[in-house]
Design a protein around this ligand. Structure first.
Ligand SMILES: Nc1ncnc2c1ncn2[C@@H]1O[C@H](COP(=O)(O)OP(=O)(O)OP(=O)(O)O)[C@@H](O)[C@H]1O
Length: 398
């Protein structure tokens, strides 16, 4: 086997999330041991600018970013996720979704596997995002303490929850005794999607949240198939909720909040190739149904000819939960994971086509300000203007 040359990509910038487009990156994984033994060849090449991927001879696709197989976990994180954590701390919702065929590297990329990683460089997106979140919180607390313009206190409350959708049922991975029947997807008064019946965990430190990630990952449903020994059989969604209150003597009191969904989807698969029978086959059918529903939502939102038409969010639990993330109030990045092996040519082509459609989706991210604190601050400013007038009026009358 010849080892291909990959273009150097170290200096590529982070993805800009200033506008409202859903951003899409592609990550190609190296050949795994079995593929090397089977003498598979790589059938994917990459442009030096890190934007284009070519499948076979001439299937070209352009994305916000394309990572070749030698790209480190740290680099994927820096380019795709670091700016999203910064946005979350500023009050925007954010979502990262890993999509791809079974065994293409979604769980490896997200860092939601049960088995511990061997070293710092192997850490996936989730532990890195949790670390950055707590570092940012500490920074903000520190800045608020030394804000010399006025007295200012910055309080943060962080909660998390971890659920999986397995055979179209939602399971609370942090409270596995909760019956799925008592969990439902609802819309709150602001139109935000909430999971009623799922218990949020208040987490005060990096260690607290990492414990939740590890505990939830251990309860996630996995199983062995011909294509992946440790295949995720469910869609997993880890959500961090961040609420920040800033109390300022001059400008009043502001509350901003944000939620960050980190989604490790189950892989698309063909039962013929995974050897799925019995239970595995049933799982395979529901996995593909959920991914098909997600594809339909992506098409409805991404296809210009379908703009303004009905978006079928209610076709599956997955699409209902991700309603805010696709076409709603969120900054969103999809990471499409692909295998470079020629045996997976068809699946890789399908993933690239699927991901390409997601690039056209427009979201509407806004800073989530608490309505009461906004109203209170408006009234406060009105009082500030009216008070001197009242005083003037009083002195005139005297
Ligand atoms: N970028 C990478 N570098 C090295 N090894 C990788 C990479 N991506 C994936 N792998 C390896 O490939 C195998 C399959 O990866 P992983 O379990 O993450 O796939 P998946 O897409 O989550 O699969 P499934 O959908 O079946 O759960 C694992 O052994 C993993 O360690």
């Amino acid at each position: 086997m010849t080892i291909p040359d990959y273009p150097a990509q170290e200096s590529l910038p982070s993805i800009p999330f200033e506008d409202s487009n859903v951003r899409v990156a592609v990550r190609a994984r190296p050949l795994i041991e079995k593929e090397v033994v089977d003498k598979c060849q790589e059938c994917v090449s990459y442009s030096a600018d890190g934007r284009e991927v070519v499948l076979g001879k001439d299937r070209r696709f352009t994305f916000d970013h394309v990572f070749c197989p030698t790209t480190a976990q740290e680099e994927v994180y820096r380019v795709c996720v670091k700016p999203l954590v910064e946005s979350c701390v500023a009050g925007y919702n954010a979502t990262v979704i890993a999509y791809g065929q079974t065994g293409s590297g979604k769980t490896h990329t997200m860092g939601s596997a049960t088995n511990p990683v061997s070293g710092e460089e192997d850490l996936g997106i989730l532990p890195r995002a949790i670390r950055q979140l707590y570092e940012s919180i500490e920074e903000r607390k520190h800045e608020a303490q030394f804000d010399v313009r006025e007295f200012c206190v910055n309080l943060q409350f962080v909660k998390c929850c971890f659920v999986e959708i397995y055979n179209e049922e939602i399971k609370d991975l942090l409270h596995p005794d909760t019956p799925s029947k008592s969990i439902s997807i609802r819309e709150d008064a602001n139109g935000d999607i909430i999971l009623a019946g799922v218990k949020d965990e208040a987490v005060f430190t990096y260690e607290d949240m990492m414990r939740c990630l590890e505990q939830g990952s251990a309860f996630r449903t996995t199983g062995s198939t011909l294509m992946n020994q440790l295949s995720s059989r469910s869609h997993a969604i880890f959500t961090m909720n961040i609420e920040q209150q800033s109390l300022q003597t001059l400008n009043g009191h502001e509350i901003i909040s944000a939620k960050f969904h980190l989604v490790d989807l189950a892989g698309s698969e063909r039962a013929k190739r995974t050897g799925a029978v019995g239970m595995r086959f049933k799982e395979s059918v529901t996995i593909n149904c959920g991914l098909l529903a997600l594809g339909n939502v992506i098409s409805a939102l991404g296809d210009e000819r379908k703009r303004g038409q009905h978006v079928p969010y209610r076709e599956s639990k997955l699409t209902r939960i991700l309603q805010d993330s696709l076409g709603g109030n969120s900054k969103t990045c999809m990471i499409a994971c692909i295998s470079t092996a020629d045996v997976n040519f068809e699946e890789t082509l399908n993933t690239l086509k699927y991901a390409n459609r997601a690039r056209n989706i427009q979201n509407k991210p806004i800073i989530n300000r608490d309505a009461h604190s906004v109203q209170l601050n408006q009234l406060r400013s009105e009082v500030k203007v009216l008070f001197p007038l009242l005083w003037l009026d009083d002195t005139d009358n005297n």
